[in-house]
Design a protein around this ligand. Sequence first.
Ligand SMILES: [Zn+2]
Length: 193
Amino acid sequence: MTAFKGYEKFNETRVPEIKDKLAALKDGQSPPTLFITCSDSRICANDMTQTDYGQLFVIRNAGNSILPANEENGDADQATLEYAVKALGVQEIVICGHSHCGLVTAACSGVDRNQLKYIDNYLGKFADLQATVREKGLELVDAIHTNVRNQMKNVLSYDFVQEQVKAGKLKIHGWYYTLETGSVEVVDTIDAL
Ligand SMILES: [Zn+2]
């Protein structure tokens, strides 16, 4: 279904059912979770976490990535992370990688720069992953796990994240989501420093 058709249906049938819930949203938000996952359309973040309006703060991009703290260039995802931790006070950050990830596949094999210039530029952010893949000859599944761990490390590179983890107020979870079965494997958890 296209987004526009879906919206028409939502507006006709769903909005009347939940109009009170929607009206209450104007008072603010305090989601417990920042969920960082891939842009892949096969991941339905609210469905797989059974979260409702106001419960899941989300960053989505190809490869569920976040830049490390030392790269300061006005990046939207860095700003979103800062807001989630400092303004909203989320209690957990989930990095959710997934099976059959196109970005990690591209990182493993490389892309034709003449055809895919922007993707090739972006793959520069995954240089550590590419080095590990080359060094250890990782299969895709293991490369996706490694990427989740690398992104957890990047999240933890921010001083405001470290402070909250040290204070016991924030946990970082790494997940591997198998989209063909709907199952999650916990790759790693950081709950203390
Ligand atoms: Zn992906």
